[in-house]
Design a protein around this ligand. Structure first.
Ligand code: HEC
Length: 199
């Protein structure tokens, strides 16, 4: 117990002693007759306080003197982003090459009949859009050429871009369908050739 006796640094006359507890009372600290004891801070509290000061010194030295990466938020952010980027599996690039399997052909045919036939006719003979059965092409006859036209369209000539309406897969399917099934077939009412003859 802390009493005046074991506080040799305090002068007796500076304190009043509580008669009940025999402890120091705070001067000038009275409310409605209630007075506070002038207790020392508990040891554990003081040690905690000292530890926080010691910690802050280490922390500041690491942050400002050694510039520890993981304490500087901007650097930490960059590091995390780089890590996230690195752990992402690489996105397989979409391969534009002719499909021939039955499932793709069926899907391509569906798109063709539902969307493209309005202008190119179901048998590809051509109406608003050019004849797809002949070997005359305005924009080329390779998978890449046709994929690009279906993707970006030729707005000023009336060919709609389908990059938002059809997925890359769907576009490739319908283009493959044209190449495999429409080109070289005999339509009922073929439109006159447009573009250049490509064999
Ligand atoms: C609104 C009418 C319209 C629709 C619908 C349409 N097209 Fe076209 N398409 C055209 C026109 C018009 C052209 C000719 C563009 C030009 O003259 O440059 C064309 C051209 C093309 C060409 C290039 C032909 C060439 O000679 O180079 C391809 C390939 C094509 N369309 C595929 C498609 C596909 C696939 C669809 C369905 C997903 C489709 N089109 C739907 C009107 C249409």
């Amino acid at each position: 117990m802390t009493t005046l006796d074991n506080h040799p640094d305090k002068k007796l006359e500076e304190y009043e002693i509580d008669t009940l507890t025999n402890k120091r009372l705070l001067k000038d600290h009275e409310y409605d007759g209630i007075r506070e004891l002038d207790n020392d801070l508990p040891g554990w509290w003081k040690w905690l306080f000292i530890i926080t000061i010691v910690f802050s010194i280490f922390y500041l030295v690491r942050l400002w003197v050694f510039r520890a990466d993981d304490l500087i938020q901007a650097k930490e952010f960059d590091k995390e982003m780089a890590g996230a980027q690195a752990s992402k599996p690489p996105v397989a690039e979409f391969q534009i090459s002719l499909l021939t399997d039955a499932v793709s052909m069926a899907s391509g045919k569906e798109t063709w009949t539902k969307i493209c036939a309005v202008c190119h006719l179901v048998d590809g003979g051509g109406l608003v859009g050019p004849n797809m059965t002949d070997n005359y092409w305005i924009h080329g006859n390779t998978v890449e050429d046709m994929f690009a036209i279906v993707t970006n369209g030729v707005i000023e000539k009336g060919m709609i871009p389908y990059k938002d309406q059809l997925s890359p897969k769907q576009r490739l399917e319908v283009v493959s369908y044209i190449i495999n099934e429409i080109v070289g077939s005999t339509p009922a009412t073929p439109k006159e050739p447009q573009g250049e003859l490509i064999n």
